[in-house]
Write a protein that binds this ligand. Structure first.
Ligand code: NAP
Ligand code: ZN
Length: 350
């Protein structure tokens, strides 16, 4: 079979591989809608270490073409939504609060992490009954593909930020992940939502999702801007973009007793600065959390339930649409180059 991915770090191309083998609990899926992600480009540029001859992609809706003999809930021909993280539900670590670290740090990220991704004619899904969801009848496939990483991650940022009724929330970074954090904060009852970013498309969607204020990091120090808007800081700050300095800024702009919630990928070589003063010389009761996209069937069923009932329109994230398997290459390239009018591209495949 054919797939698109990285031949080596910074070198992309089409790759020929054997069709993946289906284990007794597993499924093989043919993608019908795919979305490239910042995380694909991050891995492509070597952000997760030495990798080669790897098919990229981890956000997909598709058709089941094969199921293992122990799979109960799915059959050939079903249209399914595939979480971007597919934990091993037989591991002990998933029995705690977070399922992302099933077999170690972020090991639930099987696509790209321990096997080929979804930019292929066929891809493998471990433990189908626990990791696949049937596409609900009233949810568009392109709306569903935005739930598997963008919505689950953005909403996880909101959960970890403990957003409550009337809170003032800052979202640093309003790419697709941060935009979902804006939408999630509104759904959790935030009073004021300050969104930080500059791309006009993103700013417009942030306002539609509920941002009450927009701050540009290109027009002065964001801590000063947020402090002057809030007279004392925010209840919660969600980091969904930015750079190595964003961590310190987030702590600086959070009120004593508040929450700092990170879903941004820092670089392996980064060292994050902890400002003693704004951490109250160590006594500010600020809670710092960083989380990885929760996966599995239950999580994505809940995300889809919100989409199906019009609580959130995830299609607002989609700015570029491609048709045809071979267009994966163009969609990946646009994700990598990030033109200023891009939020998320999707590829439709027969
Ligand atoms: P993106 O589209 O690149 O968006 C980044 C955002 O950060 C943009 O709004 C950008 O503003 C803003 N930004 C850039 N420099 C900044 C600065 N100095 N200060 C403040 N804001 C700044 O990224 P994305 O696709 O939404 O992904 C966001 C992050 O989440 C990435 O690091 C990605 O790898 C990570 N991620 C994490 C998980 C997880 O499970 N934790 C899952 C998926 C993705 P402009 O408007 O000016 O561009
Ligand atoms: Zn992704």
């Amino acid at each position: 079979m054919k797939g698109f991915g990285m031949l080596s770090i910074n070198k992309s191309g089409w790759i020929e591989k054997e069709k993946p083998v289906c284990g007794p609990l597993d499924a093989i899926v043919h993608p019908t809608v795919l979305a490239p992600c910042s995380s694909d480009t991050h891995v492509f540029h070597g952000g997760s270490g030495e990798k080669s001859n790897l098919i990229l992609g981890h956000e997909a809706v598709g058709k089941v073409v094969e199921v293992g003999n122990m799979v109960n809930n799915f059959k050939i021909g079903d249209t399914v939504v595939i979480p971007c993280t597919t934990p091993n539900w037989l591991s002990q670590n998933v029995q705690g609060e977070y399922n992302a670290h099933d077999e170690g740090l972020m090991k639930s990220f099987k696509f790209l992490g321990s096997k080929d991704g979804t930019f292929a004619e066929y891809f493998h899904v471990n433990q189908a009954d626990a990791n696949l969801v049937l596409l609900p009848e009233n949810v568009l496939p392109e709306a569903a593909v935005m739930t598997v990483d963008m919505m689950s991650t953005g909403f996880h940022g909101v959960e970890n930020a403990n957003v409550s009724f009337g809170d003032t929330v800052v979202v640093i970074g309003i790419g697709p992940v941060g935009l979902m954090a804006v939408a999630g904060s509104k759904l959790r009852g935030a009073g004021r939502i300050i969104a930080i970013g500059t791309r006009p498309n993103c700013v417009a969607v942030a306002k539609e999702y509920g941002a009450t204020d927009i701050v540009s990091y290109k027009e002065g120090d964001i801590v000063e801007q947020v402090m002057s808007l809030t007279h004392g800081g925010a209840d919660s700050v969600i980091i969904a973009g930015g750079n190595v300095g964003s961590f310190k800024q987030a702590i600086d702009m959070t009120k004593p007793g508040g929450y700092i919630s990170n879903v941004n990928f820092f670089d392996v070589s980064d060292t994050l600065a902890m400002p003693a003063y704004s951490w109250g010389m160590g006594m500010a009761n600020k809670t710092i959390r960083g989380g990885f996209c929760p996966g599995g069937a239950l999580r994505i069923t809940k995300m889809l339930n919100m989409v199906a009932n019009n609580r959130v329109d995830t299609t607002k994230l989609i700015t570029h649409r491609f048709s045809g398997f071979e267009k994966i290459e163009d969609a990946f390239e646009i994700m990598d180059k990030k033109p200023s009018d891009l939020i998320k591209p999707v590829v439709f495949i027969d």
